[in-house]
Structures are given as structure tokens and as C-alpha cells.
Design a binder for this molecule. Structure first.
Ligand code: PRP
Ligand code: URA
Length: 208
């Protein structure tokens, strides 16, 4: 599975296990989503471009580095919202552009309900944030939107994936790298990841 990064970091594995636990409270769940998102973003951004910049330390001058490209975070509503804070902590100058999609419960196809992107792209690199890559329909639709917007570089950062979702992404957007804390066994008959963690939106927001 080239272009697919599945974390093997012990901190991610430890936190992900707590996230999956049915007894984890919404408060703790949100905290874990935030923390794992930051760890995954660290892994997903190793190839961001930097350029040299002069800096004066208390001891003298040196040439340091500054991020070159304007970065956009694109959380897929609702569940992607919980990832923003963790990622934003690492890159506070990033722009955040929300895309609203929900899965139709019967067809499992994504339905778009919110998109306020301006006509011309304002960022060079987009990190699409969604904890769950299940059928992959929501991620593929979001990346379709970003490509139409004109963004040249896109990465998907998630927490849990199913092989079905990875396959759909690779078929539709083979050049978009996928970063996941884990890839689980399969989807059940109603499109949930097994063993998964249940409904990521409901568990964060205390609904359902
Ligand atoms: C969940 C999740 C993804 C989508 C993944 O959102 O956050 O966006 O399902 O499924 P897919 O890969 O099969 O498209 P959901 O539709 O439940 O909406 P919510 O985030 O508002 O709860
Ligand atoms: N969305 C979720 O929140 N959980 C799943 O397992 C699949 C889609």
C-alpha cells in the first residue's frame, strides 16, 4: 500500500487503544482525538518545504528555517472538528476551511451541506482532517472539492481506516498520501469500521 502510512508509534498505539474503549468519556475522547491528531500530523509533515531565514539568538546570529507554503486545515464536519485543535497547535498560522458532509445512512454516500471556500485557493498545501476513513466516500468527495478549488498538494490525516476506504482513495486520488493511526479489519454491514471505535462524531459531541 504505497502512499499509505500506518503509524507504529507506541504513543499512538497507547492512546488509540484508550480512544477505542467503549468506557472512555466524551471529555477524554476529545482529549485523545486532539493528542493523536497532533502526533499524526508530526508524521504527515516531514516533507513540508522550508526556506532559510536569519535569526538572532542571545548568543549571536544563525540561519534557521521557516515554513515556505501556506497551509490549510480542512476538517470534515462534524467529526474532523475535534482534530483541528491538536493540529493547529503545531501550525498556528494555518488557515482552517470547513467542509460539511454527512453519510446518508441508507446509501452510505456523502451528502455535502457546507462549503464556504472562496473562488481562488488561498493555500498551497491542504491537510484533510477526518478521524474515520470508512467507505472513503467522504474523503474522496472532499478531495474532489479541493482539487476543483485548485489546491496543488493535499494530504489526508485520519485516525482509523478500513481497507475499503484506503482502496477507494487510491483509486480516485492515488497521489494523495494517507496517514492513519491504524487500519482495521473491515466494514460491517452498515458501514462501520470493525473493531473501530464506533461513531466518532457522536463520541466526541456526546450525541447518539
Ligand atoms: C463520519 C466520519 C467521516 C465519515 C466516514 O461522519 O467522520 O466523515 O463518517 O465515512 P465514509 O468513509 O464511509 O464516508 P458522519 O457522516 O457520521 O458525520 P458526522 O461527522 O457529522 O457524525
Ligand atoms: N463513521 C464513524 O464515525 N465510524 C465508523 O466506524 C464509520 C464511519
Amino acid at each position: 500500500m504505497s502512499n499509505v502510512f500506518e503509524s507504529n508509534h507506541p504513543l499512538v498505539a497507547h492512546k488509540l487503544t484508550k480512544l477505542r474503549d467503549v468506557n472512555t468519556s466524551p471529555k477524554k475522547f476529545r482529549e485523545l482525538v486532539r493528542e493523536i491528531s497532533a502526533l499524526m500530523t508530526y508524521e504527515a509533515t516531514t516533507d513540508l518545504a522550508v526556506h532559510p531565514i536569519e535569526v538572532t539568538t542571545p548568543m549571536g546570529d544563525m540561519t534557521g528555517s521557516e515554513l515556505t507554503d501556506k497551509i490549510g486545515l480542512v476538517p470534515i464536519l462534524r467529526a474532523g472538528l475535534g482534530m483541528v485543535e491538536g493540529v493547529w497547535g503545531l501550525m498556528p498560522n494555518a488557515e482552517v476551511w470547513h467542509i460539511g458532509l454527512y453519510r446518508d445512512e441508507r446509501t452510505l454516500k456523502p451528502v455535502e451541506y457546507y462549503n464556504k471556500l472562496p473562488v481562488a485557493p488561498t493555500v498551497k498545501v491542504c491537510l484533510v482532517l477526518d478521524p474515520m476513513l470508512a467507505t472513503g466516500g467522504s474523503a474522496v468527495a472532499t478531495i474532489d472539492v479541493l482539487k476543483r478549488w485548485g489546491v496543488s498538494r493535499i494530504k489526508f490525516v485520519g485516525l482509523l481506516g478500513a481497507p475499503e476506504g484506503v482502496k477507494l482513495m487510491q483509486a480516485n486520488h492515488p497521489e494523495v498520501p494517507i496517514y492513519l493511526a491504524a487500519i482495521d479489519s473491515h466494514l460491517n454491514e452498515i458501514g462501520y469500521i470493525v473493531p473501530g471505535l464506533g461513531d466518532a462524531g457522536d463520541r466526541q459531541f456526546g450525541t447518539g
